[in-house]
Design a protein. Sequence first.
Length: 186
Amino acid sequence: MAKAVKKPVIPFVAYYLKKYVRAGDAVLDVGCGTAQYRDSAPCKYIGLDSAGITTDGLNMDVDLIAMATDIPLENDSCDLVFSVAAFYQVADTGKALSEFLRILKPSGRLIIFDYNKRAQQRLEKKEGAERPCWTQRRLKEIVSESGFKQCEILLPVVFELGGVAKDLIVPFYEIFREWAIVTGVK
């Protein structure tokens, strides 16, 4: 039997998963699609998405068929929840964030890798669908306001950059790059 075709792994997503996931952690990938991050870290990977075919015709590799606003997992059951290029498609982001908090264990981590305002506006025109549009800073505020602690902006890079250098580069990424990446802890 032929192996299912997966979308390519984005290097900075794999980098952050390796950084924050410990062996044996229960990790939920919300909007998993082809589940290309299934083998990115030594964990119990759970892919959640709607059933069917991806928009580019690839077969999905889903463990749970559900919406981000109604996740069929027990309270405090995941060590990490992440979403790549899918959160902007959630109709009720507040309800989804509430679900993420519910299923995360105490001190569990959320990482949202999503498109920023610039990319979302471009997609809105291309797809003819209204999209929420946020900068990295606004997405961090949304995550923080939903009850997550220790929220911070991450950059789409595969190395550590902090302090003043990070503060200076965030506006550059908001203007010239596509990603808004935020992490927070329950």
